[in-house]
Design a protein around this ligand. Structure first.
Ligand SMILES: *Cc1c(COP(=O)(O)O)cnc(C)c1O
Length: 234
């Protein structure tokens, strides 16, 4: 895709976010756009960065770290700019802890422990807990009923992990409206977890290219959009 086409698609997505926020009576600035750049080039990321996009989502640790090196060589603080949204194996924790502005995909005690072990002193790693919101066998994420106990575990045993909210990846439907009940469910889980933990939990990471309008209507604070910006992944 030409740089101009990329910037046009980006502008269209931005406008879509703004109108979705307004349509649900929310401030457009209350919804952050995470540009999901997995399997797309670092050149495309740099073009968007120059156009004002400041946060990018990556799924694969190796790919993300290679891109982080290029970003750093251009004077960009990659640890502020990259978010990890893919499943992380706990053996990869050393390469992940402290290198991402937000990890959206914390889904086990094993991973929490492995991240915690790599962090010392004043370092805090912001995390979201990924919830398997439709109880799909093939998906990672914590079961909703395990959420309270997991948050309690984090509070007791992982002082270097800063829990900021929840993330989900609902089933893909032909009708984007069909995902809406799952987004509503994540919002309610986050609200009850807020009461339970006393933490502010400001982040709800939900909504992708096909269903972000419904996610914003249900309170998404971060939408993760790849294809609508960068085109299909090869
Ligand atoms: C790939 C991916 C996205 C982006 O999906 P698109 O449909 O390309 O917008 C969002 N979230 C997660 C967790 C992903 O893996």
């Amino acid at each position: 895709m030409s740089a101009q086409a990329l910037l046009e698609r980006y502008a269209t997505v931005r406008e879509g976010l703004t109108s979705a926020a307004r349509a649900s009576g929310r401030e457009p600035s209350a919804v952050r756009l995470l540009a999901v750049s997995k399997k797309h080039s670092v050149e495309d990321m740099l073009a968007l960065y120059a156009a004002g996009q400041s946060i990018f989502g990556e799924n694969y640790v190796q790919e993300a770290l290679a891109k982080a090196e290029t970003l750093s060589s251009r004077g960009i603080d990659a640890s502020q700019c990259l978010h990890m949204i893919g499943h992380v194996q706990s053996k990869k924790a050393p390469q992940v802890a402290g290198h991402f502005a937000l990890i959206h995909s914390l889904d086990s005690r094993k991973l929490a422990d492995a991240l915690e072990k790599r962090l010392t002193g004043k370092a805090r790693q912001p995390v979201l807990v990924e919830v398997n919101i439709a109880d799909e066998a093939q998906k990672s994420g914590l079961a909703a009923q395990d959420l309270d106990a997991f948050a309690e575990y984090l509070q007791e045993h992982c002082p270097h992990l800063a829990l900021e909210g929840l993330m989900c990846l609902p089933p893909v439907f032909d009708q984007p409206e069909s995902a809406r009940p799952f987004f509503a469910r994540l919002r309610k889980l986050n609200e009850s977890l807020r009461l339970k933990t006393g933490l502010p939990l400001p982040e709800l990471s939900m909504g992708m290219s096909g269903d972000y309008v419904s996610a914003i209507a249900e309170g998404a604070s971060i939408v993760r959009i790849g294809t609508a910006i960068f085109g299909p992944r090869i």
